[in-house]
Structure formats: structure tokens, C-alpha cells
Design a protein around this ligand. Sequence first.
Ligand code: FES
Length: 113
Amino acid sequence: MEDDLRVMNHPILGDLPEKKMVTIYYQGQPILAREGEPIAAALLAAGIKAFRKTVHRHEPRGVFCAIGRCTDCMMIVNGKPNVRTCVTFVEDGMQLEPQDGYGRRKVDGGDAK
Ligand code: FES
């Protein structure tokens, strides 16, 4: 996936500085991410906006507050559910899965490992 949704040239902040790129995997699909950026930023840059589904109505949710307060951006990260992706930074090889409802671990009868 391309990172064409990033602001590469900001009129006030200037050019986006060069960064090492890492690869993260969303549902097994590789996505290039800038080292040190939040998971949510990498997914939004790749055009992915829905990160989880609500518990009762299964409605899609994504970034809302972007400061770690609302939990709308929670995903299953490396098998761990309920990770707030707006305040968790990418790591090379990270595996991401959308979360449907409560993030229960597989050992508790859920989808996550
Ligand atoms: S968007 Fe609110 S906690 Fe991540």
C-alpha cells in the first residue's frame, strides 16, 4: 500500500523529514510505516479507517481522540487485544488485526491469541 495520504509538504511545518521505513502487517497485508510513528497514523496513511467494531451493534470505529482516551482505535496487536493504536508506536513485523467487540484472548475464548 502507498503512503500517499501523508502530508509530505506542510505549508507551516515544512517538508516531512526522511525516516527509516518498517513493515507492519494488517490482516496479513504488508504496510510500510515510518519508524516511530503511531500504528494509527500508519494505517490512516494507508487508507485504513476502521480499526474495530463496537460490542453490541458491531459498528466500525477508528481514530476519534488520537490521544489515548476514548479507546475507539483499539486493535489486536501481535495477538494482544485492546491496544490503543493512536498511542502505540509501530515496530517492524508487527501483526495487526481489527477487533470485533470485546478483545478477549484466545485462551479466554476470544479471537486474539
Ligand atoms: S483514538 Fe481515542 S484512544 Fe486512540
